[in-house]
Write a protein that binds this ligand. Structure first.
Ligand SMILES: [Zn+2]
Length: 247
């Protein structure tokens, strides 16, 4: 049994063949998926496709597309009992280079305090900003943090581990020395599995799907020299605990 803690099932590439994607996920042993909405309209879509048996909703906004983010904050408050997490939200100093860094920080902090007030876990995007995102989270006293597809150094990641944060590992780990190093350093108790579908496929250019979290699990098993069943068991327990879901 596996849990995909971060994907985008409402992305146009996936949405049109959603029944097949969910069937393939089930066949690969993926029994729960947390699908993240990006922006107001997409969050409403995410709510529509969530069945709370295999598909669970999370509301967020891309750090480089902050227009209308206040509406997402409002939507989170109104639906705080219907979502399992806030996210993805965070900092992006790569694609978001044109979005003012101070504005990104300010908005990120607003989402963090909402996650604390509503007692919801937070899924964090931190492209080219891992160290800074970890600093902001720590400063704000964030709890139940999931660092998704963390691209920073393993030594920075360890400061997150010391705060009890989770690091979710995408299938692109098979072709990323940085992610392999991250898996080496972070203990299994702080690891989760994600697809980030349709992004971060195992092979460049492919469309990623949730069933590929199996590839993440196998990579973690290989890199850490831990049996696959143990990786599946511990990462699933971690996921069910942090999102407070039952499957
Ligand atoms: Zn994502």
């Amino acid at each position: 049994m596996l849990v995909d803690v971060h994907c985008h099932l409402t992305d146009s590439v996936l949405k049109e063949r959603l029944p097949d994607i969910l069937r393939d996920a089930r066949n690969a042993g993926v029994s729960a998926m947390v699908t993240s909405g990006l922006g107001y309209e997409d969050c409403l879509e995410v709510l529509k496709i969530s069945d709370y048996r295999t598909v669970f909703p999370s509301f967020g906004v891309m750090p480089y597309e902050l227009e209308g983010y206040e509406m997402v904050l409002d939507l989170i408050e109104k639906n705080s009992r219907r979502i399992v997490a806030i996210g993805e939200v965070g900092l992006d100093f790569y694609l978001g280079a044109r979005t003012d860094r101070e504005l990104q920080r300010k908005v990120f902090k607003e989402f963090i305090s909402l996650s604390i007030n509503l007692d919801l876990p937070i899924i964090v995007h931190s492209r080219s900003a891992g160290k800074y995102a970890l600093e902001v989270l720590s400063e704000c006293g964030a709890k139940d943090v999931i660092m998704h597809a963390f691209d920073g150094s393993a030594s920075h990641a360890m400061s997150g581990v010391r705060n009890g944060y989770f690091f979710s590992i995408p299938p692109s780990v098979v072709r990323s020395a940085q992610k392999q190093k991250l898996v080496e350093r972070v203990q299994l108790e702080n690891i989760l599995l994600e697809s980030d579908a349709p992004a971060l496929p195992p092979k460049p250019g492919e469309v990623n799907v949730p069933s590929n979290v199996k590839i993440s699990a196998e990579a973690v098993s290989r890199i850490k020299g831990i049996p696959l069943w143990k990786v599946e068991e511990v990462t699933t327990e971690n996921a069910l605990r942090v999102f407070r879901i039952k499957v």
